[in-house]
Design a protein around this ligand. Structure first.
Ligand code: PEP
Length: 251
């Protein structure tokens, strides 16, 4: 039985001075939904305030990116050791916005994911096709490439600290959601591809989140699907009541 995991991706939307309030609201609004792992992934600068506000509660705090090197001349980057030191437990890797705007590739996703897992953090590795790729019939090819390259040399043991997020790029922040059947089809493909990398038994244990305009109103039917084990939530993570509505749907 895979425990559902609902993670907020705050993106570049919440200031350090606003962080404690939102985290405390999320803690309060989700505390009765004990069957779900609840996570807030925040801008790096918000992490200390988020960790302090979530201390002793059921809510885990994560980052939105991490570099693969431990330290050195990488101006503007954050290492996994820094995130561990700050109390983060999760890191989103390879979000489509990083791929689209910041030159992230499947190869750098792989380096980041392995560094995150080696540091004892949980990597939330994002995959997903653009509308053009879907319409050109390249869905399977794109997902298999992102998985095979992005998770190269990730071992079965590493999978304890691996979550995969399927985020169709055309559904992120657009209000368009994949139908539950469309999402389930890709989640099954992701699990089958993972099975070839780490074995079917291990692949069965890995949580696969759906992300892309998930809201309280559509979460239940998505989360009811066999291979949909949670959600990565953008816009709706910025309002505790909406976020909690999604957590409730997964409970
Ligand atoms: C995301 O950015 O990961 C995301 C799923 O965003 P939204 O929920 O706003 O579509």
């Amino acid at each position: 039985m895979r425990k559902k995991i609902i993670a907020g991706n705050w993106k570049m939307n919440v200031k350090p001075s606003e962080t404690a309030t939102l985290v405390k609201e999320v803690v309060e609004a989700t505390k009765s939904f004990t069957n779900v792992e609840v996570v807030c992934c925040t801008p790096a600068i918000d992490i200390p305030a988020a960790v302090a506000a979530a201390a002793g509660t059921h809510v885990g705090i994560g980052a939105e990116n991490a570099h693969w090197e431990e330290k050195g001349a990488f101006t503007g980057e954050i290492s996994t050791g820094m995130l561990v030191d700050a109390g983060a437990k999760y890191v989103i890797i390879g979000h489509s916005e990083r791929r689209q705007y910041f030159g992230e590739t499947d190869e750098t996703v792989n380096k980041r994911a392995r560094a995150v897992i080696s540091a004892g953090l949980t990597a939330i590795v994002c995959v997903g096709e653009t509308l053009e790729e879907r319409e050109a019939g390249k869905l399977v090819e794109v997902i298999e490439r992102q998985m095979n390259v992005g998770l190269k040399d990730v071992t079965p043991a590493d999978c304890e600290r691996l979550v995969i997020a399927y985020e169709p790029v055309w559904a992120i922040g657009t209000g368009k959601t994949a139908t539950p059947d469309q999402a389930q089809e890709v989640h099954a493909l992701i699990r089958a591809t993972l099975a070839k990398l780490v074995g079917a038994d291990v692949a069965e244990t890995v949580r696969i989140q759906y992300g892309g305009s998930m809201k309280p109103g559509n979460a239940a039917e998505l989360l009811a699907k066999k291979d949909i084990d949670g959600g990565l939530i953008g816009g709706a993570a910025l309002k505790a009541a909406d976020f909690a509505g999604i957590v409730a749907a997964g409970n």
